[in-house]
Design a protein around this ligand. Structure first.
Ligand code: 5GP
Length: 192
């Protein structure tokens, strides 16, 4: 979508290791008006899907999830990266490899907050190799919840995560798909 592409071109910085830095508006300092547009775009696309929960992973997904949930009128639930003890088997857990930090995180979600009656919209700031989203899909599978859509602010289309999810039949909306990036130029996928 044009508003996200324009903002990336204006304020995004390409860093070594295929990292797009967008911390002036998306995941450190937050431009709430822009995040509101993200929430509205996800709502417009998924409003007829019967969404009951917005699911993300801490930390950068939470702001987007909250703005989105404001439109849907549903709760947000986020997978936690901090170590929680799985007392009495009361947690869903999944192992997620972090693209930005290069480590494995065990993410957890309380069984109280996701179940077989839920229709879930997964959202996150970035989609790269798809590890974070696949961890959330794994948690939904454990819960017996139905994933009705996936909303991503920025997909890096030169990594496999997004195309893999599309091939598996998920309804994925990425507001901007970066197909190429270097110090001097950023190229977006046409249909995004
Ligand atoms: P994936 O799990 O799809 O490989 O990577 C997605 C996660 O890694 C996101 O939750 C995001 O926090 C982080 N990430 C991946 N690529 C980038 C990037 O280029 N820039 C930033 N800021 N975060 C990224």
């Amino acid at each position: 979508m044009k508003f996200m592409e324009d903002r990336i071109l204006k304020d995004g910085q390409v860093r070594p290791g295929n990292i797009l830095k967008v911390d002036s508006f998306l995941n450190h300092q937050l431009d709430v008006k822009l995040l509101n547009e993200v929430g509205k775009a996800f709502y417009e696309r998924f409003k007829d899907k019967g969404v009951t929960k917005i699911l993300t992973v801490e930390a950068s997904g939470i702001a987007i999830a909250c703005m989105t949930a404001n439109y849907f009128g549903t709760p947000v639930v986020f997978a936690k990266k901090s170590k929680s003890r799985n007392l009495d088997g009361d947690l869903y857990t999944s192992v997620v490899h972090s693209f930005t930090y290069g480590i494995d995180n065990t993410v957890t979600l309380s069984k109280k907050f996701l179940g077989a009656d839920d229709k879930v919209l997964i959202v996150d700031d970035f989609l790269a190799n798809g590890k974070a989203v696949n961890g959330l899909l794994d948690i939904c599978r454990q819960a017996g919840a139905e994933v009705v859509g996936i909303g991503i602010a920025i997909e890096k289309g030169f990594q496999r995560g997004g195309d893999d999810l599309r091939e598996r039949g998920y309804d994925l909306l990425s507001l901007a798909v970066v197909d190429e990036m270097s110090d001097t130029r950023i190229v977006f996928r046409k249909e995004a």
